[in-house]
Structure formats: C-alpha cells, structure tokens
Design a protein around this ligand. Structure first.
Ligand SMILES: [Zn+2]
Length: 418
C-alpha cells in the first residue's frame, strides 16, 4: 500500500527528474509499428548491447580459416553467417561474447581440447589486431564501456565446454589470463566436470568432484560460471557451490519446449534468480518453439521425397528453386514475437533483472526466427518489447545492465578472494 510518505517521496523524485529520466516514462505502446521501430533503432544505437553467445570463431574454423591463413574478413558484409561488422553496427550490437567452442568429440584425445581453445582465442585476437578500428578485445564491463565510447565493437570471450581445461585445475587461472571470462561447464556430452543436458549417461549425477573444484576456482579467479548445456542436476549442484551469481549464456525457457533439458525449467529459473544470476535467451528455432522442430522436420521429409520421386539431386537448380519456394510457402520458422514471449515469461516469473540476450548467432544454422535472422535485427525485438509496454530502463537491463551486474559481482569477489 502506498502511504503518505512514499507519495511525498515520489513527488519529490518527480521534481528532481532530469529530462533524460523522464523519457523512461514515455508510453511507447501508443506509437505505430513504424514509429516504434524507429525508437527501437535509436535505443539499440544509444544503449550498450551485449550478446552472451556468438559462434563466429568456430564459423571461421569450419570455413577453413586457420592461423596460418587469412582470417575470414568480417570487417565487410559477408554472404553467409549471421555476423559481420556492418550488420553488427546496423543492429546496435556492441559486445558479442565470442564462443571459444570445443566439440565434445575432442574430449577423448588428451590435450586436443586445450589446443583448440588456444587456437580459437588467437583467431579472435587476430580479428582485433587486423581491424583495430572496428574490433577490440574486452576483459571487463569497463573495457566494453570504453570501446563503446569509441564506437568499437568489443569481443569478450567465453569458452564453451570446460573440456578445454583438460584435467588440470591450474588451467582455470591460465584461461583467465588468456582472457576467457565465462566457461560453459559442459557441452554435448558429459565431461570431467559434470553431466551435460544432451547426454543421458548420468556419469556423476551432476557435478563431479573435479567439477566442484573447477567452480570454486572459477569463483576465485573471476570467471563467470555458465550453466547453459549442463544437466538439471549439474545446474543445481553448481548453484549450491558458487559464491557468486551465475549465467546461462544461451538458454531459453523450457515451458515453450517441453522435455528439452537444454532449456531452463521454471524451477531452475527461480533458483537462478535467487542466486542473482542472468539467463540470456537463445534465438534458435529449436530453443524457442517445439513446433519448429516438428515443422522443419516435415519440410525436410517432403523435400527428400520430392527429390527421390523426381530423380533430382540436392544441387540441381530445379530442386533448389523448388526447395526455396516450398520452404517459403510452408515456413516453419517462429517469429521475433516468440523470442519476446520467452523474455516475458522470465520477467513474469522472477522479474526483469534476470534476463538477457544470448542469440547463438552463427551457431544454430538456418533455424532463426523471422525478424531475427542476423545481428542487424535486434531492433525488431526491442520494438516488440516496447509494444508490450517495456520501459527503456527494462530494455537496458536486458541489453547489458543485468549481465554487467553479474560480471561485476564476479570481478569483485575475485578481487577479495585469496
Ligand atoms: Zn551452445
């Protein structure tokens, strides 16, 4: 209930408001869609935008780019992929976490995972030394703010799969020194640290003993604990041990994808909020709508049958034309509204302070929603949130304030840890 004192306080605060603060009370829902999109583009440009997960380093590796050869030139518009400098600028993205992704298949070969991590880090650094007016490394929220002021895109790094640590706990500090600021504890398969969501083996029933040490060591040196890709049990175990808030760098809400453990259940979202963490919503079709997996499967099946019945191969131009038309007519893709539904769900369940953006661009193939196909399209999502009555302050929290809060807490804890 509002008492007299709080009414007076509110009146005083209103008087003290600067014009900029007053902007936050604008009712964007009364604007037309076109007007709202213009406002969204402005907000995207004026606000720092962090994305928890972009798979550019691995896209470069798959593209055959190695340190011995040229890196993929993403300083100019590229035909393929979801990320390059011009589109990043258009979309108002300022700090995409570069995923240093280590496939679980390498876990069987001792040393191979760390070697790949080292080479992907070098490749990311190479981007910033080749295009220093466009990209810069970033190891802290302060670095991102400084780069933002200069109009330079920050490339912070997260290691996707703790397998890169191999079996040596001292590698946690080593990778912190190399610039890694979050580690996704597992990927597709159980590893030395713990059980993964895509694996049904249940090797440890959660975190391993080594995994417990790893979480403590990450807290100590100041690397964010990323719980995307872990099993529910590993998630709970890690939350019980960590002294600081955690992240999920690219996970969505399981309510929209029943049975998909890779996404977060309401119970885990609530536990994470209690811990003060942030979940960054994955845009991939299979992450945001279970109808997409079914729909895309049907389209694929039809096209394969068509190919066989008509004696065509995948590369025949007749087939390519038909496939493009059929896919467009039977569009299985979810829309940008669906991504907003995920943000809404987290906001309604635990509040606005625990949600961010973790697109998985360059990592989810051709499954992205209509209106969010690449890094140039974040304003479409912001416009949708404005339409739903989100304030500018709430959008800023989603774009960067929530992840900065967690990151800063992790930095501060490490600064005082022995
Ligand atoms: Zn992933």
């Amino acid at each position: 209930m509002r008492n007299y004192l709080s009414t007076v306080l509110l009146a005083t605060l209103a008087l003290a408001c600067t014009p900029k603060e007053e902007e936050t009370t604008i009712d964007y829902t009364t604007l037309s869609d076109a007007e709202r999109l213009e406002v969204a583009k402005e907000i995207a440009q004026e606000t720092i935008m962090v994305d928890g997960h972009v798979d550019l380093p691995y896209r470069m590796k798959v593209g055959g780019f190695t340190l011995q050869r040229e890196i993929l030139d993403v300083s100019v518009r590229t035909d393929g992929g979801n990320f390059d400098y011009p589109r990043t600028k258009e979309g108002g993205l300022d700090a995409p976490f570069m995923s240093i992704y280590i496939p679980a298949g390498l876990q069987a070969m001792p040393g191979a995972s760390k070697a790949l991590a080292d080479s992907l880090i070098l490749m990311t650094e190479r981007l910033t030394t080749t295009f220093p007016d466009k990209f810069a490394m970033a190891y802290s929220p302060a670095d991102i703010e400084a780069n933002f002021e200069k109009g330079i895109i920050s490339l912070p790094m997260g290691m996707e799969n703790g397998s890169g640590l191999e079996d040596d706990i001292s590698n946690v500090a080593y990778f912190h020194k190399r610039g890694i600021r979050y580690i996704t504890l597992t990927h597709g398969k159980d590893n030395l640290i713990g059980d993964a969501s895509y694996d049904t083996t249940g090797t440890y029933g959660g975190l391993s003993e080594y995994g417990e040490q790893v979480v403590k060591e990450m807290n100590r040196v100041g690397i964010m604990v990323d719980l995307s890709h872990v099993s529910d049990n590993t998630f709970r175990d890690a939350l019980a041990i960590t002294k600081v808030p955690v992240i999920a760098s690219h996970s969505s809400v399981r309510k929209f994808t029943p049975g998909f453990e890779r996404n977060m259940s309401d119970e885990l979202i609530q536990a994470m909020a209690k811990n003060g963490g942030v979940m960054m919503i994955n845009f991939g079709g299979t992450f945001i709508d279970s109808a997409y997996a079914a729909g895309s499967g049907k389209v694929r099946e039809h096209l394969v049958n068509y190919m066989v019945e008509n004696n065509l191969s995948r590369t025949d131009s007749a087939f390519e034309v038909y496939a493009a038309e059929y896919t467009a007519a039977n569009n299985p893709f979810p829309t940008v509204q669906r991504v907003a539904d995920h943000i809404d769900h987290v906001k309604n369940l635990v509040g606005i302070d625990y949600v961010g953006l973790g697109s998985d661009f360059d990592g989810v193939g051709d499954s992205l929603p209509t209106g969010l196909k690449d890094v140039s399209m974040y304003p479409n999502l912001i416009a949708e949130l404005l339409k739903r009555g989100y304030s500018r302050e709430e959008i800023e929290k989603i774009c960067y304030k929530n992840i900065f809060r967690v990151w800063t807490a992790v930095e501060e804890y490490a600064a005082t840890a022995e």
